[in-house]
Structures are given as structure tokens and as C-alpha cells.
Design a protein around this ligand. Structure first.
Ligand code: CO8
Length: 329
């Protein structure tokens, strides 16, 4: 992989705020008190409000640089939807079944950072080919890795961006979503599956274990018994089973998958981006905290919506029987 294949705009900055939604709960998280809660809440609310307030010129600049799509080696990017407010990132290593090499993950991470800054983008769709969403981390690239290289090279670091992204990400999964591919889909917020999709964590057959959430996110979603079965056997499950287990929220014919995912992103895009962001953080908090702490977080976030123009507009529009005109303020 050539590092030079990554063409990051000269004016690119990455003000990604600290986020608390992508890691498993530590004992410290579980026992956090009201003071910690207030700190986390204040920090999250500030992130949301800062993002919402960014300069439109910056957004326009990034929109152009990303939507050109010509700079990528391993992905394609596009901006679509009736209002041109849906970003689509397509994994594009067809010969390797979209195996997730380091360069591909770097490009996904960069594209997500750019779309996050682009105020015109309401939601992001991440997809692959009809044969493979992604057949896992690139085994050939990993084969000679050593333990010390993994530690010193911070192996997997480029993967965290997906779960840290503040805008909603929909994984549109056709074909294989295996190993890191299944983990990548689970880092997204919603999974739509084509009817021939297959999900699995086959790392055990390679003499390793899932390393990007397969033993953690999968267990939270499908429960211990099924996650254990999948991780210990490497067996795949069908799209239909994934939907039954709550891993995928919808199964559609493979050739309609992308259109359905874009339609979903557009529906999300009819709401206030600011409030969507708060709502996403609140749902994610359910995975990070106890019920009581999560309920407190939700309540305070709900209260916080009363400081926004969009909450006032949404309720006023309802009372006046007209569509809301959200300004993301
Ligand atoms: N890595 C590298 N190359 C791959 C991968 C992969 N994960 N999967 C497929 N390929 C390549 C094949 O080597 C082959 O290349 P070539 O044509 O040069 O021989 C090409 O893609 C097509 O593959 P197949 O010929 O095997 O296609 P089939 O249709 O016969 O089979 C399968 C499709 C079943 C998906 C099969 O390719 C397969 O089993 N792939 C491996 C699946 C797997 O084990 N995934 C887990 C990888 S480990 C992992 O993800 C750990 C995650 C840890 C966190 C992230 C760390 C970065």
C-alpha cells in the first residue's frame, strides 16, 4: 500500500471531539457518578453545538473535495439524494472482496472526517459490492505482523473513526460481511442487508479472534449464546437471521439495497441535524452505561433540546399544522 495514495486537502483539519460511545464500558464508566455525568453531558452538548455552528464556506469546500471522488485508491465517494444531502462511501477493492487493508481504512476515516465537517451532509451510507461488503481485515497484509508491531504501530487505530462519527451512518450490506467487515458494519448506526448478505466472525479459523468489536458489539446485539456460537465456530448467518436477531434492521432485495439505504438517509435528513446528533448520542449511551445513568443522560439531553431553535420550530410547526423548517440551530 502506498501511503502517498491518500490525498488529504491542504486545508484539512480534524477537530474530532472526544467521544465516549465506541468502547466497551470500563468499571470506571459503570461506576461514574453525577459529577462525571455532568462533565460528559456538557462535553457532548458542546461538541454538537460547535459542529452545528461551523462556517458554511468550510462545508462547501469539503463537499467539493469529497464529492469529486477522484483522489481515492480504495473507496469511491459520492453525494446524492434529492437534496444532495446524503454521502455514499463505497468500498472499492473488488478483486480482494473489499478486504480492509490499512490504506482502505485510512481512506474511510478521512472521508468520514470530511463528510462530518460538511454541513450540507445529513447522513452517510457505507456500502460495498454485490458480492462483498467486506470479507474482513486484509489477511495477506496482516500475515507477517508481530505483537510488538501491532502495539507500536497502534494497529486498528484507523478503525475507531467510524464509531466516533457524529452523523448517522447506515451500513448497506450485500454479500459477505465477515470478520472486520462484520465489525465495520456494526460500528455503523443502522444496518440494512441485501437478501443474500452473510455475516460472520471467522477469525477463529485463522488462529486469532475478532479485534474490532466482534466479541463485544455482536454480543450486545445478538446475546451471549449466538455471539459465542458465531465467534467459536466461524459459521456465517444469513441476512434473514441477522434481521431476526436485530443485527440488521431490514432485509431488501440485493439490487434495491443502496436505493433503500439512501431513502432511509434522506428521511433522517428531513429532521434537524442538530437534534439527530443528540438523539444518536443518546441511543449510543444505552450501550455504555447502566439503565439509570442512561436515563439521566437521556433526560438531560431532552432538556437540552429546549435550548435549540429547532425544538421550538418543530413544536410550533406541529401546532400550526405546517411542515417544520429546521435550521440546525
Ligand atoms: N483478506 C485478504 N484477501 C482476501 C480476503 C481477506 N480477508 N478475503 C478474500 N480475499 C481475496 C482472496 O485471497 C482472493 O484473492 P486472489 O484472487 O488473489 O486469490 C479474492 O479475495 C477472492 O476470494 P476467494 O477466491 O476466496 O472468493 P470465494 O468466493 O471463493 O470465497 C470468502 C469468498 C468465503 C469470503 C473467502 O474469500 C474467505 O473466506 N475470505 C476470508 C474471510 C475471513 O476469514 N475474514 C476474516 C479476516 S480476519 C479479520 O477480519 C480480523 C479483524 C480484526 C480487526 C481488524 C484488524 C485490521
Amino acid at each position: 500500500m502506498r501511503a502517498s495514495c491518500l490525498k488529504i486537502p491542504a486545508n484539512h483539519t480534524v477537530p474530532i471531539a472526544p467521544h465516549y460511545c465506541s468502547s466497551a464500558p470500563s468499571p470506571a464508566t459503570i461506576s461514574f457518578n453525577m459529577a462525571n455525568f455532568a462533565k460528559i453531558f456538557a462535553s457532548r452538548a458542546q461538541n454538537v453545538l460547535q459542529t452545528a455552528g461551523r462556517q458554511p464556506q468550510v462545508a462547501a469546500r469539503f463537499s467539493r473535495s469529497v464529492s469529486s471522488g477522484s483522489n481515492w485508491e480504495f473507496i469511491k465517494t459520492d453525494v446524492t439524494g434529492e437534496k444532495k444531502n446524503v454521502a455514499v462511501i463505497t468500498l472499492n477493492r473488488p478483486k480482494a472482496l473489499n478486504a480492509l487493508c490499512n490504506g482502505l481504512m485510512k481512506e474511510i476515516s478521512t472521508a468520514l472526517q470530511q463528510f462530518s465537517k460538511d454541513k450540507s451532509i445529513a447522513a452517510i451510507v457505507l456500502t460495498g459490492s454485490e458480492k462483498a461488503f467486506a470479507a474482513g481485515a486484509d489477511i495477506k497484509e496482516m500475515v507477517e505482523n508481530t505483537y510488538s508491531q501491532c502495539i507500536q504501530g497502534n494497529f486498528l487505530n484507523d478503525w475507531v473513526e467510524v464509531a466516533r462519527t457524529q452523523k448517522p451512518i447506515i451500513a448497506a450490506v450485500n454479500g459477505y460481511a465477515l470478520g472486520g467487515g462484520c465489525e465495520l458494519a456494526m460500528m455503523c448506526d443502522i444496518i440494512y442487508a441485501g437478501d443474500k448478505a452473510k455475516f460472520g466472525q471467522p477469525e477463529i479459523a485463522l488462529g486469532t479472534i475478532p479485534g474490532a468489536g466482534g466479541t463485544q458489539r455482536l454480543t450486545r446485539v445478538v446475546g451471549k449464546s449466538k455471539a459465542m456460537e458465531m465467534c467459536l465456530t466461524g459459521n456465517m448467518i444469513s441476512a434473514q437471521e441477522a434481521e431476526k436477531l436485530g443485527l440488521a434492521s431490514k432485509v431488501v432485495p440485493a439490487d434495491q439495497l443502496l436505493a433503500e439505504a439512501i431513502k432511509l438517509a434522506e428521511k433522517i435528513g428531513t429532521h434537524s441535524s442538530l437534534i439527530v446528533q443528540l438523539c444518536k448520542e443518546s441511543v449510543n449511551t444505552a450501550y455504555e452505561t447502566t439503565l439509570q445513568e442512561g436515563l439521566k443522560f437521556e433526560r438531560r439531553t431532552f432538556h437540552a433540546t429546549f435550548s435549540t431553535a429547532d425544538r421550538k420550530e418543530g413544536m410550533t410547526a406541529f401546532a400550526e399544522k405546517r411542515p417544520a423548517n429546521f435550521t440546525n440551530e
